[in-house]
Design a protein around this ligand. Structure first.
Ligand code: SF4
Length: 102
């Protein structure tokens, strides 16, 4: 399992850091959440799913496959029109494509 944070959505509440401190951390000085592991250990999968479900702005995205990062990996291969538009706007604001993974 991998996990990424949409930093365009993160509201810096810190809830994910409180839930799984070994996986998430808050960036100085703005409090933006970051993922601090390349892959989530099996023992933390349930906790990371809980953190994702509790994020107030749904900024945490879980990628179930460990076989490399695939931006399009999901149960639904076709993004919704709203998601496609959101990513288009995000790409304009974040041309480097940083996904919150350190
Ligand atoms: S719970 Fe969501 S909004 Fe809060 S810090 Fe984590 S990713 Fe950001």
């Amino acid at each position: 399992m991998r996990v990424v944070i949409d930093q365009d959505l993160c509201g810096t509440t810190g809830q994910c850091v409180l839930t799984v401190p070994g996986t998430f951390r808050q960036r100085e000085p703005d409090g933006m959440a970051e993922v601090c592991v390349a892959t989530v250990p099996q023992a933390l999968h349930a906790a990371v799913r809980l953190a994702a479900s509790q994020c107030p702005v749904a900024a945490i995205r879980i990628i179930e496959s460990d076989a490399g990062y695939d931006e399009h990996a999901s149960a639904d291969p076709a993004p919704s029109p709203a998601e496609a538009e959101r990513h288009a706007v995000k790409d304009q604001r974040n041309p480097g494509g940083h996904d919150g993974t350190v």
